[in-house]
Design a protein around this ligand. Sequence first.
Ligand SMILES: NC(=O)c1ccc[n+]([C@@H]2O[C@H](COP(=O)([O-])OP(=O)(O)OC[C@H]3O[C@@H](n4cnc5c(N)ncnc54)[C@H](O)[C@@H]3O)[C@@H](O)[C@H]2O)c1
Length: 252
Amino acid sequence: MRLEGKKAIVTGGAGGIGRATSLAFAAEGAAVAVVDLNGDAAEAVAEEIRAAGGTAIAVAADVSSEPDIERVVQTAVEQFGGVDVVFNNAGIIRRTTAVETSVEEWDRVFGVNVRAIFLMCKHVVPIMAAAGGGSIVNTGSGWGLKGGGQAISYCASKGAVVNMTRALAIDHGPQGIRVNSVNPGDVDTGMLRDEARQLGQDQAGFLAEAADRPLQRMGQPSEIAAAVLWLASDDSSYVTGSALVVDGGGIA
Ligand SMILES: NC(=O)c1ccc[n+]([C@@H]2O[C@H](COP(=O)([O-])OP(=O)(O)OC[C@H]3O[C@@H](n4cnc5c(N)ncnc54)[C@H](O)[C@@H]3O)[C@@H](O)[C@H]2O)c1
């Protein structure tokens, strides 16, 4: 088991990619704190893990809030005895241009997609460093590496995630902490359907367009989870500061 005895935090753990990764971590032996704004859905994922014989707790939290992040880290330490792996994955998208985006929406996207990762690292890095190291994986996006239409705040925020990841890797490598980003493209989750709604587009047409890439299909959450598992585990022991693209060739 690739995460035997490890203690993990997964944010956005009730969503498509977060749930799949929480299940994958637990199946490989990790104790998982499933963190989500939607506490009931997080509890359902934790229960699914426990029913399969794994170890998990749910924590309802808004990752953009410093008191909530402090509580998440404290809870994981109290319940599991430490934190070895963090998957900073909670994210939101607003499909608007600069002209259409309010300052409040801009700040909310940056609060959830960017500030949350800064806050988590601020509070979890000292714990990992004291224990001799750890692995942090941040969810970027293909749109953190190239631009996309009608998603100005999202593209800016995911670009920040990719470069913040590199800066974190430089600062905390000497403490044995690896930090990488996973950059998915068009994965079959609630977020994609929400985008179709926001753009007022027909869902079937939107999803068909999402499949237009070299591998000719959307990704499945489990395929992102497999990449995150690799980055979280010692299998990637010499990998840090990297931006791993998992998108069926979408931005190739
Ligand atoms: N689905 C895709 O095609 C795709 C592509 C590239 C990147 N991503 C990224 O993958 C990550 C996961 O997205 P997903 O596709 O699984 O979407 P999703 O909507 O299924 O899951 C996101 C989860 O984050 C939670 N969340 C939202 N705001 C939160 C907050 N403030 N605090 C705590 N939890 C919060 C939601 O409740 C939800 O459970 C996001 O960062 C997203 O930007 C997704």
